[in-house]
Design a protein around this ligand. Sequence first.
Ligand code: ADP
Ligand code: MG
Length: 627
Amino acid sequence: MSKETFTFQTEVSRLLDIVASSLYSNREIFLRELISNASDACDKLRHQALTSPSLIEGDHDFKVALSVDKEAKTITVSDNGIGMNHDDLLATLGTIASSGTGAFIEQMSKDDKKDSGLIGQFGVGFYSAFMVCDKVEVTARKAGEQEGWLWVSDGKGEFSIEKGSRDERGTTVVLYLKKDAEEFLEPSRITHIVKMYSDHIGFPVTLAGQGDGEDGKEGKEETLNAASAIWTRSPQEVDAEQYKEFYHHTAHAFDEPWITLHNRIEGVVSYTNLLFIPSVRPFDLFDPDRKSHVKLFVNRVFITEQADGLLPPYLRFLRGVVDSEDLSLNISREMLQTDPKLNKIRNGLVKKVLGALKKKADNDAEAYAQFWDNFGIVLKEGLVDDYPMRDKLLELTRFKSTAETMTSLAGYVERMKEGQEAIYYITGEDEAQLASSPHLEGFKAKGIEVLLLIDPVDEFWMQHITDFDGKALKSITRGEANLDAIKTEDDDNAKDDKAEDAPQLDLLIAAIKLELGESVKDVRPSKRLTESPVCLIADDGDMDVNMERLLRRHGQMTNGMPRVLELNPSHAIVKKLAERAGDDAEDALLKDAAHLLLDQARIAEGEAPTDAAAFAKRLASVMERAL
Ligand code: ADP
Ligand code: MG
């Protein structure tokens, strides 16, 4: 096959433009990226060799070898990992592997200068080489194959692939440094960079010595990193900076880890975990497959990043590694799911993570609020998925409420009024709309706090959880609300005049029921309204209002169930109507009013009137009479 030329995927070209024109001060990270790739390649081969030992061909000493050539002004990064063949080169060095980076590039405005500073926070990966290079040559040979391949590019829109030669498997990247990047030829500089960013790499990273060649002497090769997997060290020996670098490497992330959990557990099943909770939301947090991203190692050999049984999906924001010597090296992914040892590890990890979150929540509410903002919506899935952990998860759950921007259930219980027996909540899709909902009026008037639940997942877990700390959780849009028993400061004066005023509603209710027929389940006086004339509620035992709305939206339900219409006895409209009721069975105004009240209640919830045309007609007719 002769030389072929290809153009980069659009996003890559765009990225390369930015990389090349970037005045990015942190150019040295190119070395971190290339060493990281080399180390990943060694991990991959070691894993594949578990099932195909012949791939290793006797060369077990994985390493990443660096060398510089001051004359040619090149740096070489070479590994004996999995390598690449023609198709691998074409598929990976020409496209963007990480979905996060792809999304970032797409979002990026046309204003290069403004955004180039952000580059350091994202995974530019392999392409970061073009921050310091005019030209990059990659010579690779895939483990188990005989042919070598050469990939070359100047980073200006095109790359080429042709046959190349490499004696053994692996990948060699030769970087032709730009004039202004010659500082990176200094061995001391390289040593410094490797120690700073790549110390945690589990394979030796070596630098070839600088022989002058005159008396045939090559300087000695030096290992620059600690070359022991970071999680195998004792936590006392690892500092925050090193944890951070490892987090960046293993999670392909660029933020600060919010929590770092490094533990060694000795027991029936022994394992080490080095887990991180990110401080920003990873891009794929809401991927429907809810994949775990924690890497599983067995005795320091990388096994998989998709060990489904290792952590529950509601902890999918975790990053890092778990390493156990008690699992079998040859374990398949299918077996992993049902392995009782893995189950033990999983239970231990869940407890550890929830325990750490509880501690943060108790000691640093502000930091915890930030975490909750990022990941609360995912953690809440556990309330449905993980029954045994439900109580622990409930303690960690935070809510918006009419009194607080963020409260725990325990905090709510502390603020409950004398005589209040339930924890009240309302679910909906929009905070502003919820906050002005008629259902809240009576609660507001009495100063009773109501939780505002606006995540769609709330509706689902709320069905599984009926109480907290012995207090029932009660939706204020379902069932009767009797607030009379709850004492508030200005209760005594307020109650009396209401009682005096309350009109006799029996006749009105009978008339409305007759007119509305099947479209309402019941009509009754309300204790929850103070300003609005009417509201709709779900009857006890019926599906809650917002749930019904969600199901209808997703086509899982066509007609809503008839609901209960509540009338506010102290509202002027209701009082006037009550006076008219009973006088004339054929009172047209009363009939129109019945329909209008029902539609008004629907509109107040953000719903459309049942029959828009009929609604408009009735409204016109009532207005006409009023004018
Ligand atoms: P990432 O490391 O996030 O996947 P990179 O841009 O750093 O993204 O690398 C792109 C891809 O190129 C890698 O996923 C890998 O498939 C391949 N690759 C890069 N360097 C090597 C290497 N030294 N050995 C084998 N494959 C490599
Ligand atoms: Mg990479």
